[in-house]
Design a protein. Sequence first.
Lengths: 395, 395
Amino acid sequence: MNIGILITGTEFATGTKQDTNSTMFAKMAFEHGLDVVFIHICKDDEIDITKNVQFALEFCDILVVSGGLGPTFDDVTREALSTALDEPLVYDEDWLDFLKKDYKSRNVELTQMRKRMALRLSNSKPIPNKFGKAIGFFYEKNNKIVIALPGIPQEAKSMLNYALNALGHRDKIREVKLFRTFGIKESDVSNLVKDYKGTFINVSACGVDVYVQDAVSDQIKSILGKYIYSDDNLEMEEVLGKLLREKKLTIATAESSTGGLIVSRLVNVAGSSDYCLGSVVSYSNQAKMDILGVKQQTLELYGAVSEQTAKEMLLGAKKLTNADIVLCDTGIAGPGGGSEEKPIGLHYIGIMFKNEVKIFKEIYQGERNYTRLYISQYALNLARLALLNDDELFA
Amino acid sequence: MNIGILITGTEFATGTKQDTNSTMFAKMAFEHGLDVVFIHICKDDEIDITKNVQFALEFCDILVVSGGLGPTFDDVTREALSTALDEPLVYDEDWLDFLKKDYKSRNVELTQMRKRMALRLSNSKPIPNKFGKAIGFFYEKNNKIVIALPGIPQEAKSMLNYALNALGHRDKIREVKLFRTFGIKESDVSNLVKDYKGTFINVSACGVDVYVQDAVSDQIKSILGKYIYSDDNLEMEEVLGKLLREKKLTIATAESSTGGLIVSRLVNVAGSSDYCLGSVVSYSNQAKMDILGVKQQTLELYGAVSEQTAKEMLLGAKKLTNADIVLCDTGIAGPGGGSEEKPIGLHYIGIMFKNEVKIFKEIYQGERNYTRLYISQYALNLARLALLNDDELFA
């Protein structure tokens, strides 16, 4: 069964404020076995909401509408739903009684505007609000269901939960798995998985994320193999952190182009002080010499962006920290600094593990900070592969 | 003039992944003086996209459609736009040439699927893609404009920028200025600016952003004073980078809790190699001693999170790099590691400038990485204030 999400709220529709309800609802619906098919965000405008509801119902069996059930002038979702579904609004008498008592007890006038919070569509069923004053409801007609909820997250969450349970599992549970991969191109992934229906992919500097139907996930897992760094929606640094902790090993970095991004990502993980020792970010040549002990001659002969410099950076950081794994990078992130011989995007990424040193050359063409993120992911992935005893890496 | 945003992408429409392009686009459109009226997110489905485009154009003058211009089977936005707008697709010959050369140089076959990345609507204008292979375009008919962009953020950002500039200010409905502040609380900002109509505020770990109507911007600028680090939508590291370049000074950091985030942010700025020398990220006590020369006695007596340790970190980094400004931090980002005496969130942030050392104590209670971002902003702001000869900082 399909479900769509319509968020009303001018601050969200204008991008002034990031809506987060939609993602929360999507997750809840997903876990309930429903298939979310769209997220729409529109302004608190009666005509906009009316049109959006009518349009949205073309695409889904269940529509969640959240926001605009409160007491103020711009809360107009009730009225829009009434128009869109051609159903009058009526007071929920029980809820109106509750409001009367509640306002009286607080010595606040229950104005006409506030009374609207007890209105729901005729022929709808109430969804009680444990935390607030606005009632929600669900309404079914012609095999379409509309669930109306307030916009305040904690109220909406418990009310959607109530509604989903009341709804029951009308359709079989749908299961999707996410494989996060690195080191394989989007087009290659696409070719490998294109015959598996319901698969979709998403690309970023951190690699290719592959969403697959549970029924075929084992097959796809074996196809993508070691390119998969997470089947559990983890970041690379979390995966690596788990491996380091498991094997009781430590890590340090010597960074140039990434400028501290690799170590900062390692430290993103809570508890990383157990295995991450630190880093030398030698952005200048002087720092490469003074802190890491890279030879002046090496820099003069081969340049800062070279296999030789990368190697000496690794050795320097190893000497300073004695970490079990040392990662390094040196490169040209751009937009300046390229030459014919050494183009923008050229990077050397290195790893030292068990006293062995490996340096990899990579040219990545992207915006400066996208490139730096990619290179940091590359380096962290090297460490992951090394810990998994990857034969190609440490033969 | 109204603008609407349509994001295509099954992972976003299903709430599997949080879309962030819409907020980025909304911000860019807003700063261009346009009024964002909705955000719609639909699946990579040709019929869904077609219907959404037609529906969306009822609400806006300009529609940004992002996603689905790539080479894979689920990239179907081009085809949907062709149907929705009743306009055939044609190859952009220049872009096709570019693709031919590019693929040939990389020895990769330019398949029929990949050639589609040179397709655009007949009668549209191309939007070049500096970072990727898919061309974008804008298309105008019956006073409605459609801007088609890829979904990859770095590509989409620069291309939307290009499109908005090409569009020009056809109807400058809004003049808003953004003041980015740090070091002043949201409630204090709110009190100071509440009487100025049309002002709104957005809070993050990087401070309080204040959007104000142009007519009163001078008044608000003088009210917020030195708390404003940018009136030009710059990040703190960009502002600081400009000051360092102007004054021909260099910077380095010695980091613990921030774990390389400060230096990584400095290096985010293109050309930062002119003034950023590097960093020692001494996440472990051993690294603090071995690389920075913090005394064992200091660590034993006062602990790693102390004014004394911060001071020795500064002196160590100064000795290693001889930078004109050195920043440091040591603290407990959480969620573990707190005690009654030293609670989670406790940080010491230091600056050394003109041979003077200043250490500041700050307790910030937030999620681990939110805290680290805040502390990095705090440190960068110290350097900004020092360079502006702030009396309170260096009396």
